[in-house]
Design a protein around this ligand. Structure first.
Ligand code: FBP
Length: 556
């Protein structure tokens, strides 16, 4: 395949590593803290994870020199799980280079197409030439990814059998909150079965919702938000040039609005909805629409019949009446899945559902446009989540806002023009060439996973912190997976899960946005971030996201 000049240049890029990961990879450089507790439901989790609960945080201390003591060779399996996120290839490259720095005879195997590849025992060996083709590139195409969930007792046993048959010393799961929850369960199961195959996780997801006191950001968020912010900035400039359209842009991110918030801070749009605020203020769809209408009208009165509205992908789940409806639909579909699958026309499905919903939810469901009803009944993902990326909330809002303006026009209450276009940015950002930040961060995460393996740890997540500072000052660590867990309801039963981080309304990123949004709504104050840059001054090429900088108390 022809290689672009940028790809060639990126092959040559040498990711920056924190000092603690340079030169010394033996476990001698690890300091252990006190026993840890989970973020909630301690007693239950202690019981469920009797072998892995309460382990200490493992902090890496600076290396002692350039000599890396040789260790015994190990066999390691790696799997990419869930949605693509820029930088995944660099995690594998970091892991590969780290393993070989410790012992050149160590071997790395990539399970193909996600966790399903473990169950099907499909893997390839990662070799030096092969890894070189993927350094600093986006995508997960090196070994593929998938959303299969390892959940039944047979699947757990199968995973162990495969690891044993391949003589693996460790398995590294690169994934989001659900996949890392799975990694925690696997680590526990393996120990229960008296196996010493170690299981480690790596925090991946563009959504930015796998973060907490120990994890500052998941990889991929930086590149994805930069890619969307570039596109939003371009659209803003087009809007300001043509002065005839309102652009409604839905942004990926699942439930949390971290992506929308970061993009708003980067581009200063006229409106950005934050789902977590909608839930807090118990805003209905109607009040959200009224808010947008008021802002459009005020701009129109200033002679500006154009603008940009950012809509987080998960909005619909946070609007109270929709949340209630989705909850009821989830339970109905989960508990009657085989019967539901036999209903082969949409009409039959909708009639069946409507009869079983509560009165309020049935009313809400019936009042939605046909397309949205259909999208709400589509298959759930393997973790039971509604596939929010398939629900066209941006179109629903445009339809509702347009109806309001038509009404107002007929009553002589609006004299301007409202002409809207819709966009959805999601897949565009998931496989971009990783920014320098993600390239460096991911390579460091891969190295970190390797040190955790070398230290004999299991049930840990690779972490790299102090990320708002230059890479030299980053600090690597291993965080016990159980420390991030609590019990939540899934498919009608309480399950141990890693807690998802939503946007905190008291956090600095939201406060910064809230302090400026009225000014951005009225004035055209767009900010144009432009394309990701890979070579040039560090403030252009290496700076982390605004969210990360604000959360770290830095001036932005
Ligand atoms: P992960 O949580 O697996 O990282 O997925 C991220 C994501 O891009 C979400 O933002 C989006 O809702 C979802 O994947 C889309 O899923 P799919 O790739 O299956 O269409």
């Amino acid at each position: 395949m022809a290689t672009s000049p940028l790809q060639k240049a990126r092959y040559e890029y040498e990711p920056k590593l924190p000092t603690s990961l340079r030169g010394q990879l033996s476990s001698a450089g690890i300091e252990y803290g006190p026993p840890t507790e989970s973020v909630g439901n301690q007693a239950q989790l202690k019981q469920l994870f009797s072998h892995t609960y309460g382990k200490p945080v493992a902090s890496f201390v600076e290396g002692t020199g350039d000599e890396t003591p040789e260790t015994r060779p190990v066999n390691v399996g790696v799997v990419l799980s869930g949605g693509q996120a820029p930088g995944g290839h660099n995690v594998i490259a970091g892991l590969f280079d780290g393993l070989r720095a410790l012992n050149v005879k160590s071997r790395l195997f990539g399970f193909l197409k996600g966790p399903g590849g473990i169950l099907a025992d499909k893997a390839i060996e990662i070799t030096p030439d092969f890894v070189d083709e993927y350094r600093n590139t986006g995508g997960f195409d090196m070994i593929g990814s998938g959303r299969t969930k390892i959940e039944t007792p047979d699947q757990f046993q199968k995973a162990l059998d495969v690891c044993r048959a391949r003589k693996l010393d460790a398995l590294v799961v690169i994934g989001g909150d659900d996949s890392n929850t799975n990694a925690a369960l696997l680590a526990e199961y393996f120990l229960e079965q008296k196996s010493d195959v170690q299981v480690l996780g790596v925090p991946k997801t563009i959504d930015g919702d796998l973060k907490n006191e120990s994890i500052e950001v998941s990889f991929g968020f930086d590149t994805a938000t930069r890619t969307y912010a570039e596109l939003i900035g371009n659209i803003e400039r087009d809007a300001a040039s043509a002065q005839k359209y309102w652009h409604f842009i839905k942004l990926m991110g699942r439930s949390a609005s971290h992506i929308a918030l970061e993009c708003a801070l980067q581009t200063q749009p006229n409106v950005c909805i934050i789902s977590e605020e909608v839930a807090e203020r118990r805003q209905t769809l109607e009040t959200i629409v009224e808010d947008i209408v008021a802002r459009v009208k005020r701009r129109s009165e200033n002679g500006e019949d154009f603008g940009v509205v950012l809509v987080p992908e998960g909005l619909i789940e946070f609007v109270p009446e929709m949340k209630q409806l989705i909850g009821e639909l989830n339970t109905l579909l989960a508990t009657n899945s085989s019967h539901f699958a036999t209903l082969n026309s949409y009409e039959a499905q909708s009639e069946w559902v409507n009869k079983r919903l509560s009165r309020d939810s049935s009313y809400v469901f019936s009042s939605l446009p046909y397309e949205i009803q259909r999208q709400l009944l589509m298959d759930r993902d393997p973790h039971g989540n509604v596939q929010v990326s398939r629900i066209e909330t941006e179109k629903l809002l445009v339809e509702m806002v347009s109806d309001r303006f038509a009404e107002m026009k007929s009553r002589g209450e609006f004299e301007g023009k409202f002409s809207a276009l819709t966009h959805f940015f999601g897949y565009e950002g998931r496989c971009a060439f990783p920014s320098n930040f993600d390239a460096d961060y991911c390579y460091s995460l891969g190295f970190t996973a390797c040190v955790l393996i070398n230290a004999g740890l299991t049930g840990y997540l690779a972490a790299v912190r102090n990320l708002a500072r230059p890479a030299d000052e980053w600090q690597a660590a291993g965080i016990p997976l159980t420390m991030m867990m609590n019990m939540e309801e899934r498919h009608g039963a309480m399950k141990p899960v890693i807690r998802k981080a939503l946007v905190e309304l008291s956090g600095e990123p939201f406060r910064r946005f809230a302090a400026h949004r009225d000014e951005w709504a009225l004035r055209t104050a767009y900010r144009y971030p432009g394309a990701i840059q890979y070579a040039g001054p560090p403030e252009i090429c290496d700076a982390p996201s605004i969210t990360l900088r604000l959360e770290s108390g830095m001036e932005v």
